[in-house]
Design a protein around this ligand. Structure first.
Ligand code: SAH
Ligand code: TYD
Length: 404
């Protein structure tokens, strides 16, 4: 039995997907062997954290070849500008504020803080995306954040008014060390906030493609409040976010007895109503995943049998789980269109579907396109009005397979 990475209690398995490759490692040479690990999701009945049962070594995922550049979407640019504005307001009355961001990536958020001349530091282990942030004037420390790194930052820069991170806390297996680090680095009156895909949304929508190597944790307010307490922190607010198919932003303060918003009670009660505090809440998840996958494969087989072609849109890391678990490869999807220069010309991990440029997609105009980047649906549908007017159809798969 695998043990909880937070409290060492035995994990209950929710679903096993089998062997998976590293989801952001696009393949350039099909003759070289890929690394595979066993992907399965577990629930800790003691601390209520949903998590991967086996984790991949962080150096294998986050390194100078990291494929994900945050600034790929206009909607995400807007989202992070708003986050930066909120930070600017909240530090405006502090004498010499210091803002630390974990998982800065290409500086999509912190560039706005840098532009305003606010002292800041981005902690980003993947040197390539970190270099892109530096080009935007952002101060970057190429390191994995943990308690040791936090002590070093405190010695060199002092404590922080704000520590934040988006889509990064769920990536860090050694989260106890990260929370200890936050306690060390945060000023007594400082604020720590982070956001990640929200467990309630994943379970309710069956958006199982969020489950892959980089996403070690699937946070709920129930689990985060307990985790915070273990580390001398307190969950004081929860604010839902529309991005990435439904995320939750958690606000934490040091100590206990801080004013706590009604939102926390509200979302914790909702989570309990969904039974996310017991294995029962996850009981039908695998069955629903299996249905989506067989429907998805059958729809593609039918289109193929009718002699039509299918392409896909967005070489996302999350689609690794969908494609492999559904047994969908280059026999059913001709290529995946993507705007990220470092992904183009390579092949999707494990399934080896060619990744082609967006220009190729525009010229080709395939009759059917699987919307792998479904979390950017609004932005993409707006952009692809011509494609749809010309008869092109998108295939989506949550909460059920749909052609639109
Ligand atoms: N915040 C960005 C990036 C998310 S991708 C956004 O929301 O778009 C996750 C990023 O976290 C990657 O750039 C990865 O290199 C970084 N990361 C992974 N482990 C980390 C750690 N221990 N400390 C800081 N950053 C980490
Ligand atoms: P995303 O879904 O944000 O993340 P993940 O890899 O974590 O699952 O990735 C979106 C991918 O889709 C990214 O590779 C860029 C691509 N993309 C396009 O090609 N065109 C677009 O209009 C958008 C919004 C994204």
């Amino acid at each position: 039995m695998d043990l909880c990475k937070i409290c060492d209690h035995g994990l209950e398995t929710i679903i096993s997907f089998g062997e998976m490759p590293i989801s952001n490692r696009f393949v350039s040479d099909l003759t070289t062997d890929e690394f595979f690990y066993d992907l399965s999701l577990g629930f800790c009945p003691k601390c209520l954290m949903v998590q991967l049962e086996n984790c991949v070594d962080p150096d294998m995922m986050f390194n100078p070849d990291y494929a994900y550049f945050s600034s790929i979407s206009r909607a995400m640019e807007g989202h992070f500008k708003e986050m930066a504005d909120e930070i600017i307001v909240s530090v405006s009355d502090r004498p010499r504020p210091f803002v630390v961001e974990l998982g800065t990536n290409d500086g999509i958020m912190l560039k706005h803080i840098a532009e305003r001349g606010v002292p800041h530091l981005g902690v980003e282990p993947s040197a390539n995306v970190g270099a892109s942030a530096r080009e935007k004037g952002v101060n970057i420390l190429v390191e994995f954040f943990n308690s040791k790194c936090a002590s070093e930052i405190m010695d060199s820069h002092g404590q922080a008014d704000i520590i934040c991170g988006a889509n990064v806390m769920c990536h860090i297996e050694n989260i106890n060390s990260v929370f200890d680090g936050v306690r060390i680095l945060l000023k007594p009156e400082g604020e720590f906030f982070f956001e990640d895909p929200y467990l309630s949304n994943i379970i309710q929508k069956t958006s199982f493609d969020q489950i892959y190597d980089e996403h070690v944790y699937y946070f709920s307010g129930l689990a985060v409040s307990g985790l915070a307490k273990r580390h001398g922190l307190e969950l004081v607010n929860m604010v839902p976010q529309e991005v990435h198919g439904g995320s939750m932003r958690y606000y934490l303060k040091k100590g206990s007895g801080n004013p706590v918003t009604n939102n926390v009670d509200f979302f914790l009660s909702q989570e309990k109503a969904l039974n996310l505090d017991s294995l029962e809440g996850y009981a039908s998840f695998k069955e629903r995943v299996d249905k989506i996958c067989s429907d998805f494969r059958n729809v593609l087989l039918k289109i193929k049998a009718d002699g039509k072609r299918v392409a896909a849109y967005g070489a996302t890391s999350k689609s690794t789980t969908l494609l492999i678990y559904s047994k969908v490869g280059p026999g059913l999807i001709d290529y995946v269109s993507d705007t990220t220069p470092t992904k183009i010309g390579k092949y999707t991990p494990g399934t080896h579907i060619p990744v082609k440029s967006y220009e190729h997609f525009l010229g080709d105009s395939p009759p059917y396109t699987v919307l792998l980047a479904w979390n950017h649906k609004a932005e993409i549908l707006e952009k692809e009005q011509e494609y749809r007017k010309g008869g092109g159809k998108f295939i989506t798969f949550f909460p059920e397979v749909t052609i639109e």
